[in-house]
Structure formats: C-alpha cells, structure tokens
Design a protein around this ligand. Structure first.
Ligand code: UDX
Length: 432
C-alpha cells in the first residue's frame, strides 16, 4: 500500500519505518526541513533501539522516504497523522499542530481520503479534524479513523511489530477494510484488532495510560506504607502480582513516572473530565503521589545528612527510563533540581541521555563519562534510572571511590542485605 505519515516524532517515525518494513511504500512528512534531511541520510535524531537500522534498510530499498512537502501525501491510500499534542495551558492537549497538519493535508487531496489519527487526542478530535478538512476542501470523500498507538519508548519497534492489540476507531466499512489489511501482518499470532467507534478508540488510549500511571502511583503509596510499617515492598509486590487478576507488570515502585505520555495524558484526561463537569479525583491523587515520589530521594537524603549544603551528589541515570535518551518529565530533573536547590553539587552520568541533560542543566552540574568517574569523591549516590549497566557495578570499587558510602536507590536495583554487608548506608524505596 502507499502510505503517508505526517509527523516524524517517536510515533510517526517508528510507524513509518515499521510499515515500510512490512512492504508498504511510505513517505514521512515533517515541517522540520533539517530533521527531514537527517532522516533522508539515515540519521535518526532519537535513541531508539533498532530504529536507525530499520530507517536505513527501508530507505535504501526505496520503500521509505522523507519530505517536508505535504503534497507527497496526495496519492497515499492511508494518511497517518502523528504530530505532537503537547500540554496546553490548562492541562488539556494542545491540538494546534494536529489541526494545522489536517488543513494542509486537505489542500493537497482529492476524492477518497482516509486519515488515521495516531496522535493522542481527546475524545471528539476526529470529528474536529473532519470539520476542518471539509471546510478547506468540501469535495473530499473523507474518513477520519482513530488509531491510537501504544508503543513504549525503548521498545517502540518491537511494540509496533508485535502489538498486544491494534485499536481502530471507525464506523466506515472502507476504512475498516483498508486499516485491517494494513495491520494484518502485525497481528498474526492471535493478537486482536479491536474495531470500535472513534470516540471509544480515542478514550481507550487515555484510559490505558491513566490506568498504568495509577498502578505506579498506587505502588508508590504502598511502598511508603511499607517504609512506615517495616514491610518490604518487593515481597508485597510479588505477593500481589501472583494474583492473575492483578498480574506482575507495572507494579514497580520507584522515583515516579515520567516521559512524554503519562504525565501529559493524565493531565489531559483530568481536563476532559473537567470539561464534562466531572472531577476525576483518583487521577488528581495519582498526580500528587507522583510529584511526592519524584521528591522522595532528596527527602531521604535530607533526613540522613541533616543538610545537603556543600555535599557532592552523584546521580546515575538521567533518562525517564532505560533504553531511551528522553528526559521529558524525567524524575532526574526533579531530583537534581532538588539537590541543587539545597546547595549540593551534582555530578551525573547516563549511558545516552547526557546531551538531553545538557540542554536542561547546561553547566549547573558536572557530567561524568562512566559510573565510576561519577562517584569519585561523592558524599552520596542517587540511582534514578534502572539502566542494566547500573545493576551490577563493582560495589567495592564504588565504596572505595566515594567519600561517604551512602546510596539512595530510587529503583531498588540493589539487594539491601548485600549493601549492609558491604558497609553502605543504603536507602531504597519501600524496603527496610
Ligand atoms: C507509555 C505506555 O506504556 C505506552 O503504552 C504509551 O504508548 C506511551 O506511554 P512510555 O512513556 O514509553 O510508554 O514508558 P513506560 O515504559 O510505560 O514507563 C513510563 C514511566 O513509568 C517511566 O518513568 C517508568 O520508569 C515508570 N514505571 C513503569 C514505574 O515507575 N514503575 C513501573 O512498574 C513501570
């Protein structure tokens, strides 16, 4: 099939590359000409395992191309909209880019046009897109389907190629047949394509993310309760997860959730509720707990040291989670700002997110090349992202290098008993 994807952020680029890889002819359109040039040269501006190879391979095979001219979407059988929906002033999703892209598209199309909306957009946006496009070009035979994307950063290619489910929101038979055919290669092994009405599809995406965020905040509350009662959250987590109705995934307490989706989508869903006269109290509590959790490590440090003035804090992990260089809403920002605000010096290390951190912190913090350079002379170590590289360091060496062997582990990567044996003052999340 001939496919166009408008927007080459995470979602658009991964979708474009994966759809090309399954044999379609894909053109990706992005207003940012510099980005388009880089992508056409096979350079991917984000760190995402497997993505660059896929872009290069399919580019070389002539199935994947990049342009800033939306006219390239004129002939596509399906046009995906995958532009960003940043947080607006009142917390609701800002649809300016989506509506602008839809207008531009309407100008270059004739006859039947199928738009599949991959951007995360509030309920009813599909209908707004439809109105805007028909205003610009009343002659269009237009279907606007909702096709939310559930991929995770760091595993985006694998998630797109082997999704748990594909959600398609449309009442049009023609759109249903086209999208069903396009996704057929990805759902071979009993994973469903769920067809539904557009509004339900739009809400599904927010509800899924909000539920996952709720699980995390719930577990962060339970972890705090463990700390107050002397229980071990790791055992509680296993005991809970063994119940098939609960399951093991997404039960890890930590330093709070970050990233480009959960914080923004929880806010946007609260805003949708507000617009409908509904106070979504659970989600407001989820946000409050998350902010408290992002501050938990620094609070533990203040309790341990009394004051942080003049101390050297080492921070392992900047990205909001492993296998990405994304620092959007990363807990590391709150942790490091908290440390700086209390007068500590900060030296940090991340396998890939240092450039992103430099854009935020500039020279307010030091950047270390390795985990060991990072801890040299440090008074405390903060583990903020659970990169595999941080799980099995030479802990004796770490202890030798540090001025004070104190660790605040925000991801529970170490074993408390072993840390005690090695002589560290060790603070984890929800563990004695
Ligand atoms: C999320 C959704 O998982 C994905 O389906 C959606 O398309 C986009 O949003 P992503 O933001 O890439 O994906 O990251 P995810 O792996 O879900 O993690 C989100 C945050 O939750 C991270 O900060 C992570 O550290 C945190 N988290 C996750 C926990 O604190 N505990 C857990 O048990 C799981």
């Amino acid at each position: 099939m001939r496919i166009a994807v408008i927007g080459t952020g995470y979602v658009g680029l991964v979708a474009g590359a994966c759809l090309a890889d399954s044999g379609n002819e894909v053109v990706c359109v992005d207003a940012d000409a510099r980005k388009v040039r880089a992508l056409a040269d096979g350079r991917v501006p984000i760190f995402e395992p497997g993505l660059e190879e896929l872009v290069r391979k399919n580019g070389a095979a002539g199935r994947l191309s990049f342009t800033s001219d939306v006219a390239a979407a004129a002939e596509a059988e399906v046009v995906f909209l995958a532009v960003g929906t940043p947080e607006g002033e009142d917390g609701s999703a800002d649809l300016a880019h989506v509506l602008e892209a839809a207008e531009g598209l309407a100008r270059v199309r004739e006859g039947y046009t199928l738009v599949a909306v991959k951007s995360t957009v509030p309920v009813g946006t599909g209908e707004r897109i439809r109105r805007v496009m028909l205003q610009v070009n009343p002659g269009l035979d237009l279907d606007v389907a909702s096709n939310p994307e559930f991929m995770k950063e760091g595993a985006a290619v694998a998630d797109f190629q082997k999704p748990d489910r594909v959600v398609i929101g449309t009442l049009s038979e023609r759109a249903r047949a086209l999208l069903g055919e396009l996704y057929a290669p990805f759902v071979r092994t009993e994973k469903p394509i769920l067809f539904m009405d557009p509004r339900s599809a739009e809400l599904t995406k927010y509800a899924a993310n909000a539920m996952l965020a709720t699980r995390i905040s719930f577990m962060n509350d339970i972890a705090l309760l463990c700390e107050r009662t002397g229980a071990d959250v790791d055992l509680v987590r296993k005991g809970m997860g063994a119940d098939a109705r609960i399951g093991y995934s997404f039960l890890f307490p930590g330093v709070g959730y970050g990233g480009s989706c959960f914080p923004k989508d929880v806010k946007a869903l609260i805003a949708t509720g507000r617009e409908g006269g509904l106070d979504l109290e659970i989600l407001k509590a989820v946000e409050r707990t998350n902010l408290r959790q992002k501050r938990a490590l620094v609070q533990k440090a203040v309790r341990h040291f009394g004051a942080l003035e003049g101390l050297l804090a080492a921070v392992w992990g900047l990205a909001f989670k492993p296998r990405t260089d994304d620092m959007r809403e990363a807990p590391a920002i709150e942790v490091m700002e908290g440390l700086l605000g209390k007068g500590a010096q900060v030296r940090c290390h991340d396998p890939v997110a240092e450039p992103a951190a430099r854009r935020w912190f500039h020279d307010r913090v030091e950047y270390a090349r390795s985990i060991y350079d990072c801890v040299e002379g440090a008074d405390a170590l903060f583990v903020v992202t659970e990169w595999n590289q941080f799980r099995k360091p030479d802990l004796r060496k770490v202890k030798r290098l540090m001025r004070h062997p104190v660790i605040f582990d925000g991801r529970n990567v170490f074993d408390p008993a072993r840390m005690r044996e090695l002589g560290f003052a060790y603070y984890a999340i929800g563990r004695p």
